[in-house]
Design a protein around this ligand. Structure first.
Ligand code: LLP
Length: 439
């Protein structure tokens, strides 16, 4: 999968480009995205739905990685796009992404964001709570508009990697609870709210999920409720069933995700089963993967600097990035694999731990990775960093965000410029009373 390989020079190559050349050209840290791989993965999802033969929509969860070029790519592939903030929304609009294929998510959409979305005429809102329902209804009707909405439900199914848990009272900040009468009240309220049209139901059971059972159980629960909405509550415009994202990827060998097609098949057959039983026409199935579309396609290249060898204990190897470009290890104890991009065919000789450069002991990218004997200026390539890396990057320690390039067919395109010192300073102001002659 993907276009990575080791070339004749013993260098890691991605998209037909030698990563050491990419480093000379763009510097480090650098996020490199294998564009061909992203498109391949998207096509696998499309193919799986085509095989299942059901009406469907695939929405990319842009929180995983959002920039103008990514929005263009998603548009070219014909997918829909999930946004959760004004920033993601304006990125999509600025990229020329068709408003009708934008879905707006989030548990606390602000009046400003709703105004922006209504003015842009986006396709649908995934309404999370009663406050939002009132706000959206009022703002839309004021403009003489009707907003298409899905209601986000919490079906009491939570999936984490290998397992799913059926919880009783779902304790989550998201959505309308299905274990009480909250979901039913939400549907009735939506049907009585001017300015909104209830077109679907939504659920999302977790992220980095390795099995299909949780999806099947959630589909069963939500479909049954869908039936009640149509038959008992008078929800005549319902046609969409959004089952969320969360399909897992392989960060390390311990991860055992399923192929995209397995998730789709399981979801499709659960929907068919549930709707056959209800005696209702199949809804349009929506999935909203983020991680699985971009995660494995991203590689971060760093330059190795200092090392600290504590004999018999551990060897720390520091790179010129870390938690500021990839907070996942610090936040979630996430694990990654790495290699030396400039010595990719050399055998491993030592076990080292990769430290970031932030002033924080927790800024460790990888504990215990086998590498050839590392030297300063070696290039470390950390794989599977395409999702929730750049999008969760920060400027802690006033460290600038890295550049991002897309590579395909031997061509590299810079899609996000490296932040400069000027960028870092661009929002700062000095009150006049502090301005000295020296400045
Ligand atoms: N739909 C909804 C409603 C979501 O909340 C999410 C992710 C997705 C779709 C996409 O899920 P995915 O396919 O990417 O798993 N920062 C964390 C992940 C947070 C996921 C938040 N919601 C991480 O780095 O692991």
């Amino acid at each position: 999968h993907g276009t990575s390989r080791i070339n004749e020079k013993g260098h890691l190559e991605i998209g037909g480009l030698d990563t050491t050349d990419l480093v000379s050209r763009y510097g480090t840290p650098l996020y490199v995205y294998d564009e061909t791989m992203i498109r391949q993965t998207i096509r696998e999802y499309k193919q799986a739905f085509a095989t299942a033969g059901l009406r469907h929509q695939i929405a990319f969860a842009s929180k995983a990685f959002c920039c103008l070029a990514m929005c263009r790519l998603i548009d070219e592939e014909g997918l829909a796009l999930d946004v959760v903030s004004s920033g993601e929304l304006v990125t999509a609009l600025e990229a020329g992404f068709p408003a009708e294929r934008i879905h707006f998510h989030g548990n606390n959409k602000t009046p400003f964001e709703i105004e922006q979305a209504l003015n842009a005429g986006i396709g649908e809102y995934v309404v999370d709570n009663f406050h939002e329902l009132r706000l959206l209804g009022a703002m839309a009707s004021e403009k003489g508009m009707t907003a298409n909405i899905l209601l986000r439900l919490t079906p009491g199914v939570e999936a984490h990697t290998h397992e799913y848990i059926s919880t009783g009272q779902e304790d989550s900040k998201f959505g309308f609870d299905m274990t009480s009468d909250m979901a039913e009240r939400a549907v009735r309220a939506a049907l009585n709210t001017e300015g909104v049209r209830l077109i679907g139901l939504h659920s999302h059971i977790g992220s980095q999920i390795f099995e299909t059972e949780g999806f099947a159980v959630a589909v069963e629960i939500v479909s049954k409720f869908y039936g009640e909405c149509v038959r008992n509550f008078g929800a005549e415009h319902l046609y969409k069933l959004n089952v969320g994202g969360g399909f897992g990827i392989r960060y390390t060998e311990e991860d055992t995700p399923l192929p995209a097609s397995h998730y789709v098949e399981a979801i499709a057959s659960a929907v068919q089963g549930a709707f056959d039983q209800l005696g209702l026409a199949y809804p349009e199935i929506v999935i909203e993967p983020g991680r699985s579309i971009v995660g494995a396609a991203g590689t971060t290249l760093y330059t190795i600097g200092s090392t600290k060898d504590i004999p018999g204990v551990r060897k720390y190897v520091s790179v010129n990035g870390g938690m500021t470009d990839n907070p996942r290890p610090a936040l979630y104890q996430a694990q990654y694999e790495a290699m030396l991009a400039n010595r990719a065919s050399e055998a491993s000789e030592e076990i080292v731990s990769i430290a970031g450069k932030a002033c924080e002991s927790g800024d460790m990218l990888i504990w215990d990775v086998a590498l050839p004997k590392v030297q300063a200026d070696d290039i470390l390539a950390v794989s599977c960093t395409g999702a929730y890396g750049y999008s969760m990057a920060s400027n802690y320690n006033r460290i600038a965000r890295p550049a991002v390039v897309f590579v395909q067919n031997g061509q590299a395109d810079l899609v996000i410029r490296r932040e400069s010192d000027r960028d870092l300073l661009s929002h700062d102001l000095i009150p006049a009373r502090m301005v000295s002659e020296a400045l």
